[in-house]
Design a protein around this ligand. Structure first.
Ligand code: PEP
Length: 247
């Protein structure tokens, strides 16, 4: 049984005043069965960890460096994330792939670094609009999965997020059939590579303009085990509505 997961990616948003939002979220999701995760900016990890000690919310980073420490100005390591209270980290988000020229092999190294620290990695994959229009979606996703996911994947250490680049922050979403096609494809690739047991236990999230109004229908699609949510995770009432739709 895969536990449903609602993961919020705050991106470069949030100041100490935003802790009131986390407090509200904690109260709103205390009774739900799905796992709820917030990936705030690194500056808020430690204060949030102090806030959520009850364990009702999991915390994650938005990226990590492949090395555990050293001369890498401005970067953050998996060890630091864990030290600050994270149990998850997002790797290979399309904004990092685009803004920081992250390749599949870099994402793979980051995932290995996360695992070395006992963090669960949420590995993001997704096609651009041009790639979808050219009918290359599955080839792109297959290549990203093969290149970004290390060989030691398990249902415990890996979550895969399918995030079509053209759906992120745009208010546009694929059709439910398109989401289902990609999620079934990812599941079959994982089963083929890691065996049925592991392949079936990895959680697959959909990400890209998930809102309270479309969450339930997206969660009804086969092999969708939750969502990676950007904009709508910033407001406790919206994010808790999405998380509740998973129950
Ligand atoms: C994201 O950036 O991971 C994301 C899904 O953003 P949004 O929900 O705002 O489209």
């Amino acid at each position: 049984m895969r536990r449903k997961l609602a993961a919020g990616n705050w991106k470069m948003n949030g100041l100490s005043a935003s802790l009131t939002e986390t407090a509200a979220l904690l109260a709103q999701v205390s009774d739900i069965r799905a796992e709820v995760l917030i990936c705030p900016p690194a500056t808020l990890l430690a204060p949030m960890a102090a806030q959520v000690r009850t364990g009702a919310l999991a915390l994650g980073g938005q990226d990590c460096h492949p090395a555990s420490s050293g001369a890498h100005t401005g970067d953050i390591s998996a060890q630091m994330l864990r030290d600050a209270g994270a149990t998850y980290v997002i790797v290979g988000h399309s904004e990092r792939r685009a803004d920081h020229a992250e390749t599949d092999s870099m994402v793979r190294s980051k995932t290995e670094a996360a695992w070395a620290e006992g963090l669960r990695a949420i590995v993001c994959v997704g096609e651009t609009e041009a790639e979808r229009d050219a009918d290359n979606t599955l080839a792109i996703i297959g290549g990203q999965l093969a290149g970004s996911v290390p060989d030691q994947a398990t249902g415990e250490n890996l979550v895969v997020a399918y995030e079509p680049v053209w759906a992120i922050g745009t208010g546009r979403t694929p059709t439910l059939d398109q989401i289902g096609e990609v999620h079934d494809f990812i599941r079959s690739r994982l089963e083929k590579r890691f065996g049925e047991g592991v392949g079936r236990s990895v959680r697959l999230l959909y990400g890209g303009s998930v809102k309270p109004g479309n969450a339930a229908e997206i969660f009804g699609v086969s092999n969708v085990d939750g969502a990676l949510v950007g904009g709508a995770s910033l407001k406790a009432s919206d994010f808790s509505a999405i998380a509740t739709a998973l129950d």
